[in-house]
Design a protein around this ligand. Structure first.
Ligand code: PHE
Length: 442
């Protein structure tokens, strides 16, 4: 079967950035930073992203392009043995992530509508918190929005790699970035915001412990879309002329900047309005409307923001679904349409349970004290993705190093200065550091 291909070089970079930039940056990053000590978390996060993150991303691109297959088939083609299992864990992780991701995607759609209706036009912490809590714990409304989000995801994926995914990112990402800059300026100039800026930017090294490390590692993998084969899949649609190391750097830096900016909006606002930084998943949905409430044309900006966030979430959810679908296409010989309907339908049902676990099913606990939503998040981000990262690093570093290096440099056409560092990180740093952090966090 003919594989889809990216339309252009910038198209691929945008699509990969579209996968990376999403709810992970704007929704998850600020509350994870808030929960895990602010500045201490930030510094560990940046260190991981700039060493392990960028290296694993390059490895995934190289594996994907070398094999021109989705993850399971790629491991099979390049080596076989037990390696395809690593790809399969990624498929499981995609299903787990998309199940709760789509629920949050639904929340963002709901918030476009709620802000348009003027429901959020207040800076009163308590009423915004009550509104959010009431909404997500409902048994119907959030599930309807989850259905809409999942349907949109399936729609884009069905439109195919080039037309669906690439074009969406070209317009949207620059706009999202711009609006985040405007919001950051507003947030840091709010009275009382400086305390939040300090909390976020001044690291207190004594706060760094196993949990903070584990949170930063999980966040890095989640945010960069690593460890579950999304970047292998996207790399597999790539032409052999692309400069992979450069693409990995651009995508990593873009993703990192959006996350840093999001933190610079949310955390100062949290302090300015007297919210609690350890509030959890509601943080963005409660604090941001409060910031908008303090701005001229707040309703307009709120709508625009949630619209952009929805689209950013879509360009990520699409890459999650694409991993499952390309697995079904390559391994189970299914056609794209039935593969999309089957996987999308299944994920939709798991997502319903996730949504209900924010309300009536909240007392059912899975991992530790976590409901289904938090358990799937924890299991995927903090365990499965890092394991996938160890696997791809070991695979590149020890099993196919010459082949992978050839691929990463495009047969010498794109040599890069940090090739030795990359190899060293794949062979030693990434597997050991990730294993150690996983061990100390659990
Ligand atoms: N990186 C995406 C985000 O930050 C989420 C994602 C994770 C997408 C893993 C694909 C794979 O929102």
């Amino acid at each position: 079967m003919q594989r889809g291909h990216w339309g252009s070089r910038i198209g691929f970079i945008l699509a990969a950035t579209g996968s990376a930039v999403g709810l992970g940056n704007v929704w998850k990053f600020p509350y994870t930073a808030g929960n895990s000590g602010g500045g201490a978390f930030l510094i560990v996060y940046l260190a991981i992203v700039l060493t392990i993150g960028v290296s694993v991303m390059l490895s995934e691109f190289a594996v994907g392009r070398a094999a021109e297959r989705s993850p399971v088939s790629a491991y099979k083609k390049l080596k076989g043995g037990a390696w395809p299992l690593a790809g399969f864990v990624g498929v499981i992780a995609s299903v787990a992530i998309l199940s709760f991701y789509s629920v949050v995607g639904g929340w963002t759609i709901a918030y476009i509508i709620k802000s348009a209706g003027g429901l959020l036009s207040t800076s009163d912490a308590e009423s915004l918190g009550g509104l959010f809590g009431g909404f997500i714990s409902g048994a119907v409304e959030p599930i309807v929005y989850h259905a809409v989000f999942m349907a949109l995801t399936m729609g884009v994926v069905l439109a195919g790699v080039h037309k669906g995914i690439e074009r969406t990112c070209e317009v949207l990402l620059p706009m999202l970035f711009l609006i985040l800059v405007i919001l950051a300026v507003r947030a840091v100039t709010l009275p009382g915001a400086m305390e939040g800026v300090a909390f976020y930017l001044v690291p207190d090294f004594s706060k760094i412990n196993g949990e903070v490390l584990n949170a930063a590692l999980g966040q890095a993998f989640f945010s960069l879309s690593l460890g579950m084969g999304a970047m292998i899949t996207y790399g597999s649609y790539l032409s052999h002329k692309e400069n992979l190391p450069q693409a990995a750097i651009i995508v990593t830096l873009a993703d990192m900047s959006v996350a840093i900016l999001a933190g610079l909006i949310i955390l100062p606002a949290v302090f300015a309005f007297g919210f609690d930084p350890t509030e959890g998943p509601g943080l963005v949905f409660i604090t941001l409307p409060a910031v908008f409430g303090q701005m001229p044309a707040g309703v307009f900006f709120a709508m625009l923001f949630f619209l952009l966030l929805t689209i950013a979430a879509l360009t990520s959810s699409v890459s999650l679904l694409e991993v499952v679908i390309s697995y079904l296409i390559d391994e189970k010989k299914m056609n794209r349409r039935p593969a999309a309907l089957l996987s999308g339908g299944f994920i939709f049902f798991v997502g319903i349970a996730c949504s209900l676990s924010m309300g009536i099913w909240g007392d059912i606990k899975f991992i530790g004290d976590r409901n289904l939503f938090d358990s799937l998040d924890y299991l995927s981000s903090n365990i499965l993705l890092p394991l996938g990262g160890i696997a791809v690093s070991l695979f590149v570093g020890w099993v196919i190093l010459p082949r992978a290096t050839q691929e990463a440099t495009s047969n010498g056409a794109h040599p890069f200065a940090w090739v030795k560092a990359w190899q060293f990180i794949c062979r030693f740093v990434a597997p050991i550091a990730i294993a150690w952090i996983l061990y100390s966090g659990i």
